[in-house]
Design a protein around this ligand. Structure first.
Ligand SMILES: Cc1cc2nc3c(=O)[nH]c(=O)nc-3n(C[C@H](O)[C@H](O)[C@H](O)COP(=O)(O)O)c2cc1C
Length: 319
């Protein structure tokens, strides 16, 4: 998620769940070709399995970046056909591509041709934009990209209204239509079809799995990362005990120390962890400590160690 997630966030989430697939925020193809690749694409081996999401609509450039992404060792490359921001529309990629399924298919074809057999090429789309009929827009796009070789389709189960709504409003206001995604899956029994949009709890996610192959969670996973600690058990039938949040904090404190020693700031990492104890006694103190002490010059992993101590004490006091 652009402006929210980054490699530090993914490293943190990976401590909570082994089996989920983590996605990068969208990286624009031109930036990956001309920009600082290590900063844009670099990731820690511990993040696997991790998918890189690309924004673009030039088949040749997307093919070039797919080769680069393969060299970096990503587990999947995903094309964004769902982002509604103006910045993205002016570059002719994101959700406005719902109007040009032929072009999306050519992009997928070029990416598939460039990708090694081990690297799936996937698409994330909306059910349509503006006045499009979703039955035609979604089913039409999916038919073409599947024919072009797409290995999986993720559907954010609402339209994007490109005229008049902000990107934020476009994540909430156009009504959700899960049923159309279920019907898409029924039409593609042999293809991976995943659903996204407005799924806040793991029991909801589990219920969707009766109809589709995968469930993608965005905001809920970011704001309430503690739920990821249950994801392996609920979604992947993992039988090992869920990770202990205190152990995760210990690992992250050491990670912050390494990041600070390498010249980074504690806040780069701790900002992703503010919601970890959501709904638990001591959550407020945890949030406060991270947002006040985490941003101070010289902050290191001790911010997390001290904040954890406060949460444990609050938990004992509440018991
Ligand atoms: C701050 C923010 C940034 C986002 N950036 C991306 C992005 O880079 N690529 C993408 O496919 N979706 C992006 N999204 C959309 C989410 O992936 C997701 O489709 C949307 O939030 C609906 O799912 P949710 O209800 O589980 O959050 C972003 C969402 C937010 C809140």
């Amino acid at each position: 998620m652009m402006d929210w997630t980054d490699r530090h966030c993914r490293f943190f989430h990976r401590q909570l769940t082994r089996h989920t697939l983590l996605y990068t925020e969208m990286v624009v193809a031109d930036a990956a070709i001309h920009g600082d690749r290590e900063r844009l694409l670099g990731f820690d081996d511990a993040e696997h399995p991790v998918a890189l999401q690309l924004g673009g609509s030039d088949p040749d450039k997307l093919a070039e970046v797919t080769r680069i992404v393969a060299d970096f060792g990503y587990d999947e490359v995903n094309l964004n056909v769902g982002c509604p921001s103006d910045r993205v529309q002016s570059g002719t990629f994101g959700a406005c591509l719902m109007r040009t399924p032929d072009l999306v298919a050519r992009c997928v074809e070029a990416m598939k041709a460039a990708a090694p057999a081990s690297l799936p090429v996937t698409v994330k789309c909306r059910i349509g934009v503006d006045d499009q009929d979703p039955e035609q827009a979604l089913f039409g796009l999916v038919r073409q990209v599947v024919d072009a070789g797409a290995d999986a389709i993720w559907v954010h189960a609402r339209k994007a209204w490109l005229e008049g709504l902000s990107p934020k409003e476009n994540r909430d206001i156009p009504p959700l239509d899960y049923d159309i995604v279920y019907r898409l899956k029924a039409d593609y029994p042999d293809h991976f079809i995943g659903i996204n949009g407005g799924i806040h709890e793991l029991d909801q996610a589990h219920a969707h799995r009766a109809h589709v192959d995968g469930v993608m969670m965005g905001r809920a996973a970011y704001h309430n990362p503690g739920l990821l600690a249950q994801a392996d058990r609920v979604m992947f039938a993992e039988t090992a005990t869920a990770p202990d949040l205190a152990d995760v904090v210990g690992i992250m404190a050491d990670y912050v120390d390494r990041h600070v020693r390498a010249g980074g700031k504690a806040h780069h990492v701790t900002r992703h962890m503010v919601g970890l104890f959501h709904g638990v006694a001591g959550a407020r103190q945890w949030r406060q400590t991270l947002s006040t002490r985490g941003v101070l010059a010289g902050a290191d992993g001790d911010v997390l160690r001290d904040a954890l101590r406060n949460v444990m004490q609050a938990g004992q006091a509440a018991a």
